[in-house]
Design a binder for this molecule. Sequence first.
Ligand SMILES: [Zn+2]
Length: 356
Amino acid sequence: MDTKRKYITKKRFWAGTLLAQFLLFFIASKIGPALEFFAQFFDFQKRIHQKIFAAVPYSIGDAVYILLGIVLIILLIRIVNKNTRNSYLLKLLVLLNILYFTYQIFWGILYFQEPIIEKLPVGEITLEESKALTIKYLALSRQARLSVEEDDKGVFKLSDITRIKTEILGRQERLPVFLESTKPSHINSFKPSLFRGVMSYSGILGYYNPFTAEAQYNPELPATYLPFTLAHESAHQMGYAREHEANFIAFLLGKESTNPELRYSTYYFVLKSLLNSLAEKNPHFVRQTISNYSLGMKRDRAAEKKFVQDHKGILEDFFGFTNDLFLKSNRQDGSITYSYFVDLMVRFERNPGVNQ
Ligand SMILES: [Zn+2]
């Protein structure tokens, strides 16, 4: 009886601590200096983590996730068993406290940083503006496509992924000053995901691991996706947590790159984002633009479609998943007419003054 009471007291303590954490991080997210502190802390811990984990060529973070998965399964099995329930519920609560705390200080709190849009001039984006930019990015994509290599089917292929990674890290140095971003770490911590098969079927392109500061990517992706995905994940490594903002930073990293593969992948992403934002209201314009793709671009588009098609089915059949994420990665938030990324990009393009 006594031990039971002891467990109840301890469980109450850890449940209370978890609630207190929710509250404290919520309050911290509203306080400017606290956010500033966490941004500095992110930079500090990320450098240490990258120094430790970058030396290993495979993803330590993925191994941590697998281990964590096993631990959670064991805990749940013990919790289901009446005899061991009390002590393992307590262990689970302690683990949740640790995970929540480390996740928040390493990453979660960054979602509350001032949005980039606040640093850009305001103003509605007109339809004409979007269309003009679409035409501009079609021309840029067509031009960049001429300088990349092709496989035997005439589809864009990457010649050297390491060179792209190095280029992205170098470009981090040249981001516009208005972003006030922290100094880049120059540490190559891009890792092919251990879950690449699942990623191909679920439509996930890449992800940042907050516990190890590694950037995982799916190496099986079509070449059109890969360089931009790497740039996107590197933006997360710089501390840009929001998806659309990571895309915007990736756009800045890629748009003037001297590496034609990164440039093409970036222009092509911008083009697709613009087309998606116009698709609902201007289907004719979108069809017309796609018909003006160069032959090489048309082959790349077909290869992307085939990749999605080939990886459709299994997860969908068994778990009811869809390849929606693939659409979302192009369409951003899944909405057809509005995208925060397009908003950021158009405002940036409109004001060459802030480009310095
Ligand atoms: Zn992301």
